[in-house]
Structures are given as C-alpha cells and as structure tokens.
Design a protein around this ligand. Structure first.
Ligand SMILES: Nc1ncnc2c1ncn2[C@@H]1O[C@H](COP(=O)(O)OP(=O)(O)OP(=O)(O)O)[C@@H](O)[C@H]1O
Ligand SMILES: [Mg+2]
Length: 94
C-alpha cells in the first residue's frame, strides 16, 4: 500500500494511542543527514535557497506542539525519506 504506485508521495496518518493523538507525516523525499536532523527545529535554519525557505516551518510546529504539552520526533534516511511524528495529549492536568 505504501506509496500506492506514486513516484513521489506524502502519507499522513492519525490515530489515538493511549492518552495521545498521534499524527505522522511520512514522505519518500531526499531525507536528511545527521547535521540537518539535529538543527531541524532551530528558527531560521534552512538548507533551501534564500528565496525558497525561511527555516521557520518546523520551529513554529515545535512551538505549537510544546505549548500543547506534546512531543515530536523525526526519523529520516538520506535518499529514502522522512517521517515526522507529533503526539498531542488528550488529557491535561492544569
Ligand atoms: N521532509 C523533509 N525531508 C527532508 N528534509 C527536510 C524535511 N523537512 C525539513 N527538512 C530540512 O529541515 C530544514 C528546516 O525545515 P523548516 O520547515 O523549518 O524550514 P524550510 O522548509 O527550509 O523553510 P520554510 O518551512 O520556512 O519554508 C529544511 O530546510 C530541510 O533541510
Ligand atoms: Mg518547511
């Protein structure tokens, strides 16, 4: 089923797992090296040309997830693809 015959694909999955909503975004793009992976969530960090990326996309996502007491992680392999995972708790003690 993965990719369903498309050359380039992004698959978005959601599910409820214990007390969290899990959202996964997987692609079969270029992937990233370890140095990029470590700086992903840094504001203004981008590997794109200046007129193409601001480097703000993932730092904004990181802030939103943190503000909801969530967690995120990423798995990536160069030349294979990347999976981002966000977990948002469905219950909060405040
Ligand atoms: N799905 C992905 N596959 C490979 N590399 C990625 C992926 N998502 C992010 N990256 C890497 O992380 C960097 C930072 O991502 P981020 O979304 O914060 O900024 P951007 O995409 O460069 O710019 P913006 O989102 O502001 O347009 C990217 O420049 C790229 O190197
Ligand atoms: Mg981006």
């Amino acid at each position: 089923m993965e990719g369903a015959g498309y050359t380039r694909w992004i698959q978005i999955r959601t599910r409820v797992e214990n007390d969290a909503v899990v959202i996964e975004v997987e692609d079969n793009g270029v992937g990233m090296d370890e140095a990029t992976r470590q700086r992903l969530f840094e504001p203004f960090f981008t590997t794109k040309d200046a007129d193409r990326g601001t480097g703000l996309g993932l730092s904004i996502i990181y802030a939103i997830v943190r503000n909801h007491d969530g967690e995120s992680d990423v798995e990536s392999e160069q030349g294979v693809g990347t999976t981002f995972r966000v977990m948002l708790p469905t219950f909060r003690d405040r």
